[in-house]
Design a protein around this ligand. Structure first.
Ligand code: IVH
Length: 665
């Protein structure tokens, strides 16, 4: 048996070597499981023999306890962005401008992949990592050192390093790792991440680095901020060589002397990009000489000495077989492209929404056309254009139907929303969707009433609106073929249970345009019973927290409609809880989220309403828009304008893991 000391040293060098193979050469020779096994063995030895623990051990990469929040780091030199180009002509224009800026000089360029990840800056002083920070606003970013140290191949200590070394790069998620992670999430019933870049960004923002360690992240360096105490560097490529000598993962770059060579290098990267273990979204062209970079200078946001060339997202050509119409819950008719199935960006696409009539006219899309399909953000398929030159004359222009394709009823144009609507409230398509929504988990939560059952109820004319559900009996349900006594019993029990659901669930279940679950809760909390909601005028409605002009108008219009009033009468007669039985909600003041107001945005592991439920259960309030009164923004993946607003207002932003931590107290 080896001595523990010897084995620990052996394991350390083994792990370092595998890190290098994995991240620098992108050619691992052992599986992740085998790597983890070696890693665990070293942890075990170090736990049993703490005296053998060295600060540079690969086990020390995993940070300690979860952080409360990220510290801020002011970058020594600001982190700039790049100007984008989308065609070779534009690259040519950029090159001509550059030649004018640096007249009569030879300009060597460097061309390299543009890694689709998250920018970070790392500062090493006397060989020790001081911090790793995100770009933030370019001047100040978040200190994500603990998380970056979980990335294999990023050492805390460098040997023979200059006194000071500031480097920039991109944190990415490997494509393989991303796919595997999504498979696991799907199997666990969790929503999948949209793309590797978003998951890399989400991972870096975790406060608990032990979770980040499980994410398949990598880092590639593509920039030098500043260097002190070393032989001065003349060129970017020399800088990359230095990084390589220090054992840091650096980008691979091709030198180019002429515009022609630049374009050739760009094309070559495009051709080989599918072989890379991470996603790239373009190429970057940079002036190689630092002296020339300095002379070319910067605009307010980007260097003049570098440019990004963005590759088009993957596209495919296919035949548009037909345009069909989908009728939504509110009767909106949506045209859908029925395509000859085609493989694009990793999956087969056979249908794509065409949004509305105007969109079809704008793109001049005709049935029978050869169309170009692209995945917007590489996820949602879209028809982006038509190959007009391939037309034979047999193509047919599309016309929005004058009647609803499902019920044959009249349609109306909604001038505000460019939408065409079926105005027949009894339209089976609408009835089906309304019933589905009413019975759904987030609304009345009726067990036994899934899509298939709804379909049967509508087909056998057993339910024309939601009040009919409460008239169903074992006898009337027996007309549905192949439905056993047990499922009928379950359904009736589910319907019975729904009679006593809280008022907000009923309000939400009615499917009033613009009224989501949060709006419904606010209405229920404000008015307590349904009667005053039905009679409220616009002004009264707008006094409800978070109910704006548009929602108020929609609620008002809904209850002015005599059909809807009659529906509520029927629901009352059916014995539904219209608010009288709701327990008075008094959040306990010692609940972990007492006296806090939350706004939820982005994609989270559960539906938003389920998360809102958890917040309320812990004493917090949920609102739909960010304001100065918001205590926290719970931001999931792909958070958009709410996140920006919260940042502007200085509202505290937490991710799901932090949120779970807050309520776990
Ligand atoms: S150089 C002064 N090189 O793309 C700006 N950036 O869209 C220097 N990026 O903020 C940036 N790969 O985070 C450079 N090979 C590469 C890159 C790269 C990805 C990122 C970088 C930058 C963003 C601009």
């Amino acid at each position: 048996m080896d001595s523990p000391q010897k084995r620990a040293a052996e394991l350390r060098s083994l792990l370092e070597e595998h890190n290098r193979r994995y991240y620098e050469k992108a050619a691992p020779t052992i599986s992740d499981q085998e790597y983890d096994k070696l890693h665990r063995e070293l942890v075990d030895i170090e736990t049993a023999h703490p005296e053998l623990l060295t600060p540079d051990s690969p086990t020390q990469r995993v940070g300690g306890k979860p952080l409360e929040e990220f510290a801020q780091v002011t970058h020594r030199t600001p982190m700039f962005s790049l100007d984008n180009t989308y065609s070779e002509e534009e690259v040519g224009e950029w090159h001509r401008r550059l030649v004018k800026l640096l007249p009569n000089e030879e300009i060597e360029l460097a061309v390299e992949p543009k890694v689709d990840g998250v920018a970070v800056s790392l500062l090493y002083e006397h060989g020790r990592l001081q911090y790793a920070a995100t770009r933030g606003d370019g001047r100040v970013g978040d200190d994500v050192t603990q998380n970056v140290l979980t990335i294999r191949g990023i050492p805390r200590e460098l040997k023979d390093a200059p006194d000071l070394l500031e480097v920039r790069g991109e944190v990415y998620m490997t494509i393989e790792g991303f796919k595997k992670m999504n498979e696991e999430r799907a199997a666990a019933g969790l929503p999948e991440f949209a793309n590797p870049r978003n998951s890399a960004a989400g991972s870096l923002k975790q406060l608990d680095s032990s979770l980040v360690r499980k994410r398949p992240l990598g880092l590639i360096l593509h920039g030098i901020g500043s260097v002190k105490g070393a032989k001065p560097l003349d060129t970017y490529i020399e800088g990359l060589e230095l990084l390589h000598r220090l054992g840091l993962p650096r980008n691979h770059t091709e030198p180019a002397r002429t515009l022609d060579e630049v374009l050739r290098a760009i094309r070559k990267i495009d051709e080989t990009r599918r072989r890379l273990p991470f996603e790239i979204d373009g190429a970057v062209v940079k002036v190689n000489s630092f002296a020339q970079q300095e002379r070319a200078g910067f605009t307010s946001k980007a260097p003049r000495w570098a440019i990004a060339y963005k590759y088009r997202p993957e596209q495919a050509e296919t035949r548009l077989r037909d345009i069909t119409i989908q009728v939504g819950r509110t009767g909106v008719l949506t045209p859908v492209a029925e395509l000859e199935p085609v493989f694009v960006s990793g999956s087969t696409v056979a249908r794509a929404t065409l949004h509305n009539e105007e969109e079809i006219a704008r793109k001049d899309i005709r049935i029978g056309d050869l169309v170009i399909v692209e995945k917007a953000g590489e996820v949602i398929p879209a028809v982006i254009g038509v190959k007009k030159e391939a037309r034979t004359g047999d193509e047919r222009a599309f016309q929005m139907p004058e009647h609803c394709p499902v019920c044959g009823g009249d349609v109306m144009r909604d001038p505000e929303q460019v939408a065409v609507r079926c105005i027949n409230a009894a339209c089976p398509a609408q009835v089906r969707r309304k019933l589905e929504h009413f019975a759904s988990r987030g609304a009345m939560d009726i067990e036994g009433m899934g899509e298939a059952m709804v379909e049967q109820l509508v087909e056998h004319d057993l339910a024309r609106d939601v009040s009919d559900l409460y008239k169903l009996t074992a006898g009337s349900l027996s007309v549905i073929p192949r439905t056993g006594a047990k499922s009928i019993e379950n359904l009736l029990a589910g319907i019975q249970e729904s009679r006593s659901r809280p008022l907000w669930r009923l309000i939400f279940g009615l499917g009033i345009l613009h009224v989501g679950a949060t709006g419904a809760r606010n209405l229920a909390r404000h008015f307590h019973t349904i009667q005053p909601v039905m009679h409220a005028d616009l002004e009264e409605l707008q006094r409800v927290p978070d109910v704006g002009e548009i929602m108020a108008a929609s609620i008002h219009a809904f209850f002015r409609d005599e059909h809807n009033r009659a529906l509520l009468e029927r629901l009352k007669d059916a014995g539904l809880n219209l608010g009288e039985q709701d327990p008075v909600e008094t959040p306990a003041t010692d609940a972990p989220l007492a006296n806090t107001t939350w706004v939820i945005t982005g994609t989270l592991s559960q539906e938003r309403e389920a998360i809102a439920e958890i917040i309320r259960a812990h004493g917090g309030k949920v609102s739909s828009s960010v304001s100065k009164k918001t205590s926290y923004l719970l931001a999931g993946e792909e958070a958009g304008s709410k996140l920006t607003k919260a940042q502007e207002l200085g509202v505290k932003i937490v991710n799901e893991e932090e949120f779970r931590g807050m309520i776990a107290r």
